[in-house]
Design a protein around this ligand. Structure first.
Ligand code: ATP
Ligand code: MG
Length: 364
């Protein structure tokens, strides 16, 4: 049995609590004999600032580079609100994504049958919902230059952000989306705003070209990002794979999040390019943040983090059977009535973070 090297970066706030849930599940997984992992933990974000004044040390970055995959909890919190912009906790995560070339952010939004009533929408609109949002993660307005605030002669200010996309950047994210669609229902929707943005014009053109050249069997639909937001709320099940840029992806995946019940349910994968050995850099993390309001209280839902582990097994290691086992254990725990506070309905018994992770591990 192969041994995989996993770097665990629990981070801040509820990060360490949900990461402990992953370790509970990893221990149960080792007993099944399907997979064995060597884990090492390190600091990132605020906890790293406290330890060595920087949210991501070069030593941690080197470990991340050497690992087979990285699992990350969450970074940030009010404790570090005062630190300089360049060394804020989030800067550590942005650098990790950028330096490892993690350009493809996969965010599945799945509505578990047991939770259909926890959705922001009516049950019939979300029951069976299974969308994969593919967000470009290392380009666009997050990184484009110039990016600045300047003072004008009259003393008022002027702020500039720049959205930049190249053909190569759009091509590689389009390939990720079409490849995924080939393993799913075979439909891709691409969201941009070509009516007002040049980067949208290029986005549409390149996605169309990649589709025509390589993916005849896949259905492609172009949708304006604002209309896409509306459609996600109006009739979400029309979407299967949804590919979009960095900023629209941030917004649209938060919309999709509310269809599934709770931020605490949503896993994500951030993938790099496939290298000559057929492997790729990858980081897996929950979509939610460090949730300082509930940190340290054993209240956080660990499912987004444990679901991120399942994505890791599937996408980094090809361990589909083990991934199905973890996903199945989550579904079974929910079907059995296990609920953390964020997804508890009236009258359901509320479990803490630890008890939820143990229930999932027991199902496994
Ligand atoms: P970030 O800027 O890091 O994305 P955020 O401001 O979007 O963070 P989160 O930390 O994700 O905020 O928290 C948003 C809300 O969702 C909070 O009220 C938090 O308690 C809740 N929340 C987030 N994650 C979980 C979780 N795993 N379990 C339960 N509640 C959660
Ligand atoms: Mg957020």
């Amino acid at each position: 049995m192969a041994t995989y090297k996993l770097l665990l970066l629990p981070g801040d706030g509820i990060g360490p609590e949900v990461m402990a849930g992953v370790q509970t599940v990893l221990a149960a997984l080792a007993e099944t004999g399907l997979a064995h992992f060597e884990t090492e933990a390190d600091l990132v974000g605020g906890s790293a600032i406290d330890a060595h004044g920087k949210p991501l040390s070069n030593a941690t970055l080197a470990k991340a580079d050497a690992a087979d995959a990285i699992l990350l909890g969450a970074v940030g919190g009010p404790k570090w609100n005062g630190v300089a912009y360049e060394i804020r906790p989030e800067a550590g995560l942005l650098r990790l994504r950028k330096d490892l070339g993690l350009f493809a952010n996969l965010r599945p939004a799945i509505c578990y049958p047991a939770l259909a009533d926890a959705s922001a929408l009516k049950r019939e609109l979300v029951e069976g919902l299974d969308i994969m949002i593919v967000r470009e993660l290392t380009g666009g307005v997050y990184f484009g230059e110039p990016k600045e605030i300047t003072t004008l002669p009259d003393g008022s200010k002027r702020a500039v952000d720049t959205q930049v996309y190249t053909t190569a950047e759009i091509e590689r994210i389009a390939h990720v989306a079409f490849d995924l669609a080939g393993k799913r229902s075979g439909r891709v929707a691409s969201a941009e705003k070509h009516n007002v943005m040049k980067s949208g014009v290029l986005w549409k053109e390149v996605v169309t070209a990649v589709h025509a050249r390589h993916y005849a069997g896949i259905e492609l639909e172009h949708v304006l990002a604002d209309n896409c937001a509306m459609q996600l709320v109006r009739r979400p099940k029309q979407f299967d794979v949804l590919v979009t840029d960095n900023l629209f992806g941030d917004v649209l995946s938060d919309v999709a999040a509310m269809l599934t019940g709770s931020l605490g349910m949503l896993p994500s994968a951030s993938l790099g390019a496939v290298d000559a050995r057929g492997t790729r850099k990858a980081l897996y993390e929950p979509v939610h943040g460090s949730a300082p309001d509930i940190a340290g209280q054993d209240k956080a839902n660990p499912i987004a983090m444990i679901g991120s582990l399942a994505m890791c097994l599937r996408y980094s290691f090809g361990l589909g059977e083990a991934a199905d086992l973890v996903d199945g254990a989550i579904t079974a725990a929910l079907a059995g009535g296990a609920r953390t506070a964020d997804i508890a309905g009236d009258g359901s018994k509320v479990l803490g973070t630890r008890a939820m992770a143990e229930t999932i591990a027991a199902e496994l």
